[in-house]
Design a protein around this ligand. Structure first.
Ligand SMILES: [Zn+2]
Length: 322
């Protein structure tokens, strides 16, 4: 069990997209995909309540950039005389602990918030962050998703439109550059990948890359087909991250531990390997249940399938897109 795995499982076994984990913790076995999906709806509520008990860790990286972990997706913070810029906002119930974590870095006020995509475990804190002074910036599709009700089919969950104060007021289409705290931030749209609004945030001088949910370090990722994601776009996003990163780049994934380019390469290679196997089987006319039963990810599950999504769930997600 990895350090991340054990740390997260100690939090009662709940995590985003972890459709089977709650029952896994109770029974010691994974659910089948269909059983897991039936559990998915309740998981969204559990994630929110679980975040209330989670501790928030602060990891200083380079040149005023830190990572905050423990509430939903991983967050980044850039601080300095121009105030703090946050990348993603965590779960709203974590507000007191996130505030304390930010105050432990320095006294600079929150001035900006960038959302990597619309998912609630990255945007649930938008409203309080905006109330604290953070102007919210995102891709235009993220604003669209947050502004109206969304159904995520694989979670069996309907999300209402968010409060007005939680909606991004600044959006862009392809790329955007910001200068703040003696730092250059390059924001770049991936195209449809994990959703249809994923962006990367690259802190150039610090050489720190926040990938949003286009990179889950060491674990199978969720792919949200309901709001524009797909496996091929996810592979393209992983390859875009590889082009941007060098061996010196510090990479903050959406989920999992802070990583390296080598780990990003492993993630991309895993996506491609399973995509090819599932595409071949689907091309033979086999059904999704038949393909899941054939366990095309079997050789990779020991490494990647021990946490939020098991091999069967991930195979089903890949099947949807090939
Ligand atoms: Zn996500």
């Amino acid at each position: 069990m990895t350090k991340f795995h054990s740390a997260m499982m100690s939090r009662r076994g709940f995590c985003l997209c972890c459709a089977g984990a709650a029952t896994m913790a109770a029974t010691g076995t994974w659910l089948t995909p269909s059983e897991a999906f039936a559990q998915a709806r309740a998981i969204v509520f559990f994630i929110k309540s679980d975040a209330a008990n989670a501790e928030i860790s602060v990891t200083p990286l380079r040149r005023g950039v830190s990572a905050l972990q423990g509430s939903g997706g991983n967050m980044a913070v850039l601080t300095g005389p121009d105030g703090k810029l946050l990348v993603d906002a965590g779960i709203s119930v974590s507000q007191p602990k996130i505030k304390a974590a930010l105050a432990s870095i320095d006294a600079a006020p929150i001035k900006h918030l960038v959302n990597t995509h619309w998912h609630f475990d990255h945007t649930d804190g938008n409203e309080w962050v905006n109330g604290a002074g953070g102007v919210i910036l995102a891709h235009e599709n993220t604003r669209k998703r947050l502004s109206s009700a969304q159904r995520v089919e694989d979670w069996k969950f309907d999300f209402p439109a968010v409060a007005a104060a939680a909606i991004p007021t600044e959006v862009f289409t392809d790329s955007k550059e910001m200068r703040l705290n003696d730092s250059t931030l390059a924001l770049k749209y991936y195209g449809p990948a994990h959703t249809d609004g994923d962006i990367s945030v690259y802190f150039e001088e610090a050489d720190v890359l926040h990938t949003g949910d286009t990179f889950w370090n060491g674990i199978y990722p969720f792919i949200d087909y309901s709001t524009g994601g797909n496996i091929d776009g996810s592979i393209r996003a992983a390859e875009a991250n590889l082009i941007l990163a060098t061996d010196k780049t510090i990479i903050i994934p959406g989920h999992g531990p802070i990583g390296t380019r080598a780990q990003l390469q492993d993630f991309r290679d895993m996506l491609v390997a399973i995509r090819e196997k599932v595409a071949t089987l689907k091309g033979q006319g086999r059904s999704v249940d038949d393909i899941v039963a054939a366990k095309p990810s079997a050789s990779l599950d020991a490494k990647w399938g021990q946490f939020v999504i098991d091999g069967g769930f991930f195979t089903k997600l890949v099947y949807e897109g090939v």
